[in-house]
Write a protein that binds this ligand. Structure first.
Ligand SMILES: NC(=O)c1ccc[n+]([C@@H]2O[C@H](COP(=O)([O-])OP(=O)(O)OC[C@H]3O[C@@H](n4cnc5c(N)ncnc54)[C@H](O)[C@@H]3O)[C@@H](O)[C@H]2O)c1
Length: 317
């Protein structure tokens, strides 16, 4: 097994990053987190983590966080497709320039491996389902364009500095601890709506299909990507199963015993109609097995939303 002793998780106080940090701690690694807490919460951090409350745009603070690190899990990002249209500079600055900063400071500090959180948003609408890694890359949002540009920098700069790199294209990730905003994470948003006695707001017909993958499985894909001897590789991380937004709404209405119907709104700009991952490459190269079924995990997700700060819940309305 590959030995990496000290890991940096950027965005490690956020939803997916904090699950990666927990798995790394459980595997006995030293863990450093850099997060500006713009969306993440210090309470998400596991015990014993070296925490740098700073932005990846601050290169001096990044250099401090990078000391002695051998492997980087780069998850810090602006994650809202909708906001990427409204605040294109903020999105590009963090997601493209921020990634260049992490790559460059990592290269100068002598890291051995870099694992990048990319997104299914790089594919756009024309890719045939299930979407494989060699499908046409045609993002339909600034967020997707930024992730694709960042992927190119990962490839170029990891060659230049001589470290291994793996790009993981996450599909719709759900699970406990998802950062609650009005725009990201349909399952968390619907649960919040229903708990507040409001109908889930379904965009478009609701028949659009998404690939919902459990956050613990996404974190496990990261650990596998660290351990396996793979380099300059792009891998989809999804469940390989498609579920429509209407199916999610019906399941949650049943689970929460709510006497509510869904309401409809137009499909927002930048959202692909359907997306389901082909995960055969992840199975082959990583031994990835996204075993968690939504029926098993959903109770835990509902509990996690119930336990959220009431201010956050109200703000996400
Ligand atoms: N959640 C999904 O379904 C999904 C799907 C595809 C890709 N991704 C990618 O996975 C990664 C993690 O997403 P998430 O869902 O955990 O979102 P999140 O918002 O919970 O986590 C992102 C974290 O990055 C931090 N951050 C933002 N800008 C920063 C900056 N300039 N400097 C330092 N920290 C900063 C935030 O405070 C937050 O803690 C992101 O790169 C996202 O683009 C997520």
């Amino acid at each position: 097994m590959r030995q990496f002793n000290k890991a940096l998780v950027t965005g490690g106080a956020g939803f997916i990053g904090s699950h990666i940090a927990k798995k790394l701690k459980a595997a006995g690694r030293e863990v450093v987190v850099i997060d500006d807490l713009s969306m993440g919460k210090a309470a998400n951090l596991p015990d014993g983590v070296e925490f740098h409350h700073a932005s990846i745009l601050d290169r001096t603070r990044l250099q401090e966080a990078m000391r002695g690190v051998d492997v980087v899990f780069h998850n810090a990002a602006r994650v809202s497709i909708r906001n990427s249209f409204d605040d294109i500079y903020g999105d590009t600055e963090t997601n493209v320039l921020g990634t260049v900063n992490v790559l460059r400071e990592g290269g100068k500090a002598g890291i051995k491996k870099f694992i990048f959180a990319s997104s299914m948003a790089v594919y756009g609408e024309r890719a045939a389902l299930p979407v494989s890694e060699d499908a046409v890359l045609e993002p339909i949002s600034p967020y997707g364009a930024g992730k694709l540009a960042a992927e190119m920098y990962v490839k170029q700069l990891s060659k230049y500095y001589g470290f291994e790199s793996v790009v993981l294209r996450y599909f719709n990730t759900y699970g406990p601890g998802q950062t609650l905003t009005p725009y990201v994470g349909v399952i968390t948003i619907f649960i919040n709506n229903l708990l507040q006695g409001r109908p889930p707001l379904v965009f478009g017909t609701g028949e659009q299909v998404r690939d919902f993958v459990y956050v613990g499985d996404v974190a496990e894909a990261n650990i596998l990507a660290m351990r396996k001897q793979i380099d300059k590789t792009v891998i989809n991380v999804g469940s390989g199963r498609g579920t429509s937004v209407n199916q999610i709404a019906v399941m949650l209405i049943e689970k929460l015993g709510a006497n509510l119907e869904t309401t409809a709104a137009p499909l927002p700009l930048g959202e692909p109609r359907d997306s389901v991952a082909d995960i055969s490459k992840a199975r082959r190269l990583l031994g990835f097995d996204p075993a968690t079924r939504m029926e098993q995990a959903i109770g835990e997700v509902i509990e996690s939303v119930k336990n959220m700060n009431p201010l956050l819940l109200a703000r996400a309305q």
